[in-house]
Ligand binder design. Structure first.
Ligand code: ADE
Length: 229
């Protein structure tokens, strides 16, 4: 049977998952807590990494290498770039890039380092499952590029630059690094985000206001996906 990793960045992103789980067993490791549990008969391991690319890479690698997960689903919130996306809307990543990775001084494109890729593609089968779940729930699910960086974006100029450089529809701080880890370890992965803010001048206020409600929307969708996997 599959063992499914479900990863968030913040406590608020995994609490609405854990509240539906059975047989929860807590394991403390590497300055973090991992929750082995079951959901509707499926084996899962849930964790939140802490914010950013380094912590999320570490936690994704541990979920796979130490806890034996053979699939990873990320649940959390994002800032909207596309005007199609409103607070509470869901987006799934078709590809993920790192907007803050910059060795352009050597003639490389933004987001690229030698032997890496600008954009890593998320698992197609998991995206198909997400589309079936969305259809069942009558939810509009946007699919697009998600841009990741170690910065909370609260400025329209920076947001517009990320759009023009990567054609990204949403931005956050973990998806691109989780994609690198899963891609390297050949583990299918899926990144889901519910919009918490518009990455503009009021993003900090909106984020605080909508973090919990948007995180719950994402978590509930992920649980419906786990049932179908
Ligand atoms: N996650 C949610 N909103 C974000 C923003 N504005 N910038 C970076 N990560 C985010």
């Amino acid at each position: 049977m599959r063992k499914i990793a479900i990863l968030g960045a913040m406590r608020e992103e995994i609490d609405p998952l854990l509240s539906h789980m059975d047989n929860i067993k807590e394991i403390n490791y590497a300055n973090n807590t991992f929750y082995e549990a079951s959901y509707k008969g499926k084996d899962v391991v849930v964790a939140y990494s802490k914010i950013g690319k380094v912590f999320s890479s570490l936690t994704a690698a541990l979920l796979i290498e130490k806890f034996g997960c053979d699939m990873l689903l990320f649940s959390g919130v994002a800032g909207a770039i596309s005007s199609d996306l409103k607070i509470g809307d869901l987006i799934i990543a078709d590809g993920l890039c790192q907007h803050d990775l910059d060795i352009t001084a050597f003639g490389h494109p933004h987001g690229y380092v030698p032997e890496g890729e600008v954009c890593i593609i998320a698992d197609v089968k998991l995206r198909e499952i997400a589309k079936l779940v969305a259809k069942d729930k009558g939810i509009v699910l946007k699919e697009g590029v998600i841009a990741t960086g170690d910065q909370f974006i609260s400025c329209s100029d920076k947001k517009n630059w990320i759009y023009s450089t990567f054609k990204a529809d949403a931005l956050e701080m973990e998806g691109g690094s989780v994609a690198v880890v899963c891609n390297a370890l050949d583990v299918p992965f899926f990144i889901l985000r519910a919009i918490s803010d518009n990455a503009d001048g009021s993003a900090d206020i909106d984020f605080d206001t909508f973090l919990a409600s948007s995180a719950k929307i994402s978590a509930e969708f992920i649980l419906d996906m786990v049932e179908r996997i």
